[in-house]
Every structure is written in C-alpha cells, then in structure tokens.
Design a protein around this ligand. Structure first.
Ligand SMILES: O=C1O[C@H](COP(=O)(O)O)[C@@H](O)[C@H](O)[C@H]1O
Length: 223
C-alpha cells in the first residue's frame, strides 16, 4: 500500500482524475477497451467533475460501472447511479458505456443477471474505491449478512449484502473482483478514515473489508 498525501481536497481531485485518465489511456494502448469501476457516496463527486471533462481519453472505448449500489431506483437521492450519471457521465465522458447494478424486479433474481454483463469486462482495468469510517469499502460492510460470501475467493461477481445499520439492501462487486483490478486507487478524506485504514491493517477482512483489497493499492489522502 502506497499513501499519497495532498495539501487539500481540490488538488487531490485534480491529481487523482489525471492519474485515473492516464491509467485508462495506458489500458487502451494495450487493448481495444477498458473497464473502470467507481464508488458512490460523498467522496468521489469532485474527482468525477474533473474526470468527465478530460478529452484526451477515448471514452467511447471505456465501460464504467460502480463498485457497489444501494438497491434503490435511479431517481432516489441515495442512488449511486444517480451520482455517476450527474457527475461522471457528462461532458466528454458521456461517450462511455455504463453498466447499472440496479434493475426492476426481485433483487435475488435481478442481481445474477446484472452480474452476467460484468463478467466480459473483467478484470477491471482501473478501480477507484471509497471507504467508510467503519472500514467498509464498496458495500462490503464489516459483519453484515452476505459479506462473508462476498469475501470468498469463489464469490459470484455481484453479491447482495444487507447491512443492518443501512436503510437499503446493497449490491457489491466481490472482494476478489475488486482485488483483481489491474490498477487500484482508494480516496479518503480526514483523520478518522486515515486512522481506520491504519487499524484495518491489523484486522481480518471480515472485520475490516478494506483489508481484502490492500495489495498494490494506491491511497490518496487529504484532510
Ligand atoms: O455507502 C457507500 O459508502 C462508501 C464510502 O462512502 P463515503 O460517503 O464515506 O465516501 C462508498 O465508497 C460506497 O460506494 C458507497 O455505496
């Protein structure tokens, strides 16, 4: 794990957006297409704002997906898809293809079908992760029903997790899918998350799911 510290969040957003675009460009030099998995939540919006206007990247060859989704329709205030559509898939980046992790119908039937669309674009070319103070990443929440299965090496691509302290069911990429990304970045802000990341290094993934994706991870931090 390599930690880069920034003087402020604005500089972090500009630098991380540039790094992600460069990683995607490098993948496109080696192949016809690239896949890009991004988090939802409160952290990535400013990075998306910068990234969406980067024109040197051939976005038409990029498939964007989330690391995880809250099981709510796109017009819901907590939808991660809504965030991605509003802040990332605009401007130059609107040419990218998007794979949603929410669909109509029962979650148990819909999620395996959505996972079938993800398999052909694996391994993830470039991964951006967020993390909560509780050391969850994507929707791999410590001790939540479903997380044990999602951490298993043979987990399906997409998993259902039902954290008791969250208002909705979650859909998350499996830990092995996240960990298998060719380029991996984590963005965190503030002292509490920095301390949580330090703590996570001494805990098993069931208690600190971020631990499952730490190998070759570049962490970007600002106060
Ligand atoms: O619920 C979620 O939480 C994490 C962290 O979110 P943040 O608001 O603390 O940045 C996020 O990475 C994940 O995608 C999201 O669904």
């Amino acid at each position: 794990m390599n930690i880069i510290e920034y003087p402020d969040r604005e500089l972090l957003a500009m630098d991380v957006a540039d790094k992600l675009a460069s990683d995607l460009e490098n993948r496109l030099v080696q192949g016809d297409s690239a896949s890009f998995a991004v988090p939802g939540g409160t952290t990535p919006g400013p990075i998306f704002d910068v990234l969406s206007s980067i024109r040197r990247l051939d976005w038409s060859r990029v498939t964007v997906m989330l690391t995880d989704e809250r099981w709510v329709p796109e017009d819901h205030a907590r939808s991660n898809t809504a965030l991605v559509r509003a802040r990332l898939l605009t401007d130059a980046a609107q040419m990218a293809r998007f794979l949603p992790f929410y669909g109509e119908g029962a979650i148990g039937k819909t999620v395996p079908r959505l996972g079938e669309d993800v398999s052909p674009v694996l391994p993830i070319s470039v991964l951006l992760l967020g993390m909560g103070d509780d050391m969850h990443t994507a929707s791999l929440f410590p001790g939540a029903p479903g997380v044990h299965a999602a951490l298993a090496p043979d987990a399906p691509v997409l998993n259902i997790v039902e954290p008791e302290d969250q208002p909705e069911q979650r859909v998350t990429l499996a830990a092995h899918v996240l960990n298998g990304a060719l380029s991996k970045h984590l963005v965190i802000f503030g002292a509490a998350k920095r301390e949580a990341l330090e703590r996570a290094q001494k805990l098993p993934p069931e208690q600190a799911p971020i631990r499952a994706v730490m190998q070759d991870l570049t962490v970007h931090w600002a106060e």
